[in-house]
Design a protein around this ligand. Structure first.
Ligand SMILES: [Zn+2]
Length: 237
């Protein structure tokens, strides 16, 4: 991460940008439908060493970031430089926050070599929660913990404006379940904020009642890897 950060302001001395047109051949061969930018590398037979080319190719989608979003474009450059200075790849090619969190949980060795996880980490830790949410919408709704995701793209605004103290049901409040990530980090509007510093204690599944006897068994897990005590927090309380 530090090597990539160090290179950010060394454009034209240690790396060069290429502005690509819509082509999918030649220098810009990988500027497909959703590609923002890309770098290339090579290796020799019988040699694991990765040799990076120092050209960052910026695709037409990259140039669609508005002036307001230019910090996001900068972080995309950071993503590319992470590729350039390390063996990080793109995992299974899913760049979303949700996929990153799940990959970190299920296959941490692969998640550790996914450039977008480093980029999102850098974004999340250098920006206030709301600014991070706004700057990272290209990579889906926020999620900081499996089972605690924002379902709607406008969750950051909903929570910033209204807080998470809407009327409660047995599943928590509506916002707590549909805007869980934003409620966890962004709600400073009301008296619920205090108790929402930790993800809320709710049952994620309607059949949690049937698992009550397994609450204290950490080896009993749902298919997503969560323990009964985690996924059925309310039942197990
Ligand atoms: Zn990449």
């Amino acid at each position: 991460m530090r090597d990539a950060s160090d290179m950010m302001d060394k454009m034209e001395t240690s790396w060069d940008p290429v502005c690509c047109n819509n082509g999918t051949s030649g220098t810009c061969f990988a500027c497909g439908d959703s590609t923002l930018a890309f770098v290339t590398s090579y290796s020799y037979r019988n040699d694991d060493t990765k040799y990076s080319n120092t050209w960052v190719r910026t695709c037409p989608n990259f140039w669609k970031f508005s002036d307001d979003d230019k910090i996001s474009a900068g972080f995309v450059m950071y993503h590319e430089l992470v590729h350039m200075v390390s063996t990080a790849g793109d995992g299974y090619g899913n760049y979303s926050k949700s996929a990153g969190v799940n990959l970190a949980y299920n296959e941490p060795d692969i998640a550790r070599l996914q450039a977008n996880n480093y980029m999102l980490y850098a974004m999340q830790n250098s920006m206030a929660p709301y600014e991070y949410a706004m700057a990272s919408t290209s990579w889906g709704a926020s999620v900081f913990k499996i089972g605690c995701e924002d379902v709607y793209g406008n969750c950051p605004d909903l929570i910033r404006n209204f807080g998470c103290c809407d009327s409660r049901t047995s599943q928590g409040s509506n916002y707590e379940s549909t805007c869980c990530a934003s409620c966890t980090v962004m709600n400073d509007q009301d008296k619920c904020a205090q108790q929402l510093q930790e993800p809320v204690c709710i049952d994620l599944y309607s059949n949690c009642g049937g698992y009550k006897s397994y609450c204290s068994n950490p080896n009993m897990k749902f298919s997503n890897g969560q323990s009964i005590a985690e996924a059925c927090c309310q039942t197990c309380q």
